[in-house]
Design a binder for this molecule. Structure first.
Ligand SMILES: Cc1cc2nc3c(=O)[nH]c(=O)nc-3n(C[C@H](O)[C@H](O)[C@H](O)COP(=O)(O)O)c2cc1C
Length: 347
């Protein structure tokens, strides 16, 4: 397949970039087994991102992708943040603590400045992908000039068309089943299309290669996406359980403990699918106020989670997982790739 040749990989299987879960070891295992490894470094500092990239390069000579967030810059809205802090205050008080008085913008956007772009140009990964939006035209041009393949997540047709018009190389079709943050460009609107439908819809209207993401846990599901017109599949949840991921013990256990998922914006300020916990049952009440914007809400959620963990409560973590998480299998990354390939070939 042309896409595999361009990326110089053997199997049409991408490890989803997963900020907070990705590690150089997991990325290298996937790449060394013939898939496309990845590092989700949108939440990392430049220094940490550089360290992770250099470590990955020590562990593999093959291709991998870096992933960044392209959210439109959010204005600091003090009154909205204060209302959200007040709403979450009882959860801090439960542990005898008080919440912070102000929230910080903890994640920069790739659009904000060129620090991440310069790191990409310096470290020359095979590919780079973006979530929540499209980089500036001059950034795309510089990546193209450096021969770096570009990919952007689309959750609906309009986003896919915008990605194509911007000169991006590959569309990641992220269906509603996907674990983690919805890649929606506009937070006020989510078409919530299933992965299989989205792949077919984009295939009908765009000519770029498509990578299907969302709810793919085995080779049969992967093959179905390829039959619908995807050139590769991207799996996140299936890899979280691998010992080389950085998921903590509670997260790993929850993945196998009769898991069910729901989307909430209360954790970060943007909608994201994860395992049901306190955010869904105690915060997302019918009368809850408007959530503080991304990533301000995330600053509060992370502080609450740290406090809760110190008090032995795992219920405030961001345990991102896709809606097919119940089909998760205990397999290390190389075995998971082999199993997926075997199952795809049997279809
Ligand atoms: C733990 C976790 C973290 C994620 N973090 C990111 C991220 O940093 N960047 C990104 O583009 N997508 C991220 N995603 C979404 C994935 O790219 C992908 O769309 C999703 O994992 C596919 O659905 P699945 O989890 O059912 O396989 C994350 C997903 C998970 C499960």
């Amino acid at each position: 397949m042309i896409l595999l040749d361009r990326l110089n990989i053997k199997h049409p299987i991408f490890l989803a970039p997963m900020a907070g879960v990705s590690t150089p070891e997991l990325a290298a295992e996937v790449t060394n087994q013939g898939g496309l490894g990845s590092l989700g470094i949108g939440a990392s500092s430049i220094e940490s991102a550089r360290t992770q990239i250099l470590r990955t390069k020590q562990l593999t000579d093959g291709a991998f992708q870096l992933n960044f967030f392209c959210h439109a810059p959010t204005e600091l809205n003090i009154s909205e943040n204060t209302a959200w802090i007040q709403n979450i205050t009882p959860h801090f008080e439960k542990f005898g603590a008080v919440p912070p008085r102000e929230l910080k913008c903890i994640y920069p956007s790739f659009l904000d400045d060129d620090e991440f772009l310069n790191l990409v140009l310096e470290t020359q990964p095979k590919a780079v992908s973006f979530h929540f939006g499209i980089p500036h035209a001059y950034q795309i041009q510089q990546l193209k000039d450096a021969d770096i393949i570009t990919m952007v997540s689309a959750t609906n047709l309009a986003e896919a068309l915008a990605i194509e018009a911007a000169g991006i190389d590959i569309i990641i079709a992220q269906g509603i089943e996907a674990g983690g943050h919805r890649g929606i460009f506009n937070q006020t609107f989510d078409a919530a299309i299933k992965t299989a439908d989205l792949v077919q819809l984009i295939k009908q209207h765009c000519s770029l290669p498509i990578v299907a993401a969302g709810g793919i846990m085995n080779g049969q599901q992967a093959k179905t996406m390829l039959n619908f017109g995807a050139e590769a599949v991207q799996l996140g949840t299936a890899f979280v359980q691998c010992k080389t991921s950085s998921a903590n013990v509670a997260y790993r256990q929850a993945l196998f403990n009769h898991p069910l998922t729901q989307i909430t914006a209360s954790i970060s300020g943007r909608p994201a699918r994860g395992l049901i916990n306190h955010w869904h049952t105690q915060v997302d009440l019918p009368n809850r106020p408007h959530v503080a914007a991304y990533p301000y809400a995330y600053d509060l959620a992370k502080q609450l989670n740290l406090l809760a963990l110190k008090n032995g409560d795992n219920g405030y973590g961001a345990f991102w997982a896709g809606s097919n998480v119940a089909q998760i299998r205990k397999l290390e990354a190389p075995d998971l790739i082999n199993q997926l390939v075997l199952e795809m070939n049997q279809c």
